[in-house]
Design a binder for this molecule. Structure first.
Ligand SMILES: [Zn+2]
Length: 165
């Protein structure tokens, strides 16, 4: 096996631990590893927040793009991630999985509709584009939970009586 340059070793460790994962599952971790560190210290990742005692008190859900407290809404376990939790809330994982499957099935569906005459061949590209956009739209959580900033999320958690420091 090739000798991996030291700077890239953490990236390969993540990749090796996630050989069956999709790129979307590990991209955030890799981005954090590959990003230039800002400020001194541990090069804190910006997609999760831990309290002083190590409790994970915030994750920026990769699907919803919003900060959520895993003590308020459910996140699945994921041992390979730096938080021990998935980077998407459970609701997000469900929606992402369905949308991903729908995107993969789209071509077949459109082809079937062309064969049955429901779609004219010259409209294939337009229909595909429209449906893909509809499928990929982020569907908010039914409970409306999620915050644009970590600060807002922590303020909400504090109001709920959760530890925030
Ligand atoms: Zn989510």
């Amino acid at each position: 096996m090739a000798t991996i340059k030291k700077a890239y070793q953490p990236i390969f460790e993540v990749l090796n631990a996630n050989l069956d994962a999709q790129v979307s599952d590990v991209i955030e971790q890799l981005t954090a590893l590959a990003s230039a560190k800002t400020g001194g210290g541990g090069g804190k990742a910006t997609n999760f927040h831990k309290l002083e005692d190590g409790t994970v008190a915030g994750i920026k859900c990769y699907y919803h793009g919003l900060w959520m407290d895993p003590r308020v809404v459910e996140f699945g376990n994921k041992t390979s991630s730096p938080t021990g939790l998935n980077n998407m809330c459970k609701d997000g994982v469900n929606k992402w999985t369905k949308q991903d499957r729908a995107t993969k099935n789209l071509q077949q569906e459109i082809l079937a509709e062309v064969m049955s005459g429901d779609i004219a061949p010259e409209d294939i590209a337009t229909v595909q584009e429209e449906r893909e956009a509809a499928i990929k739209a982020v569907i908010p959580r039914e409970d409306g939970y999620g915050f644009a900033t970590l600060e807002e999320m922590l303020a909400d958690s504090e109001e709920r009586g959760l530890a925030v420091a």
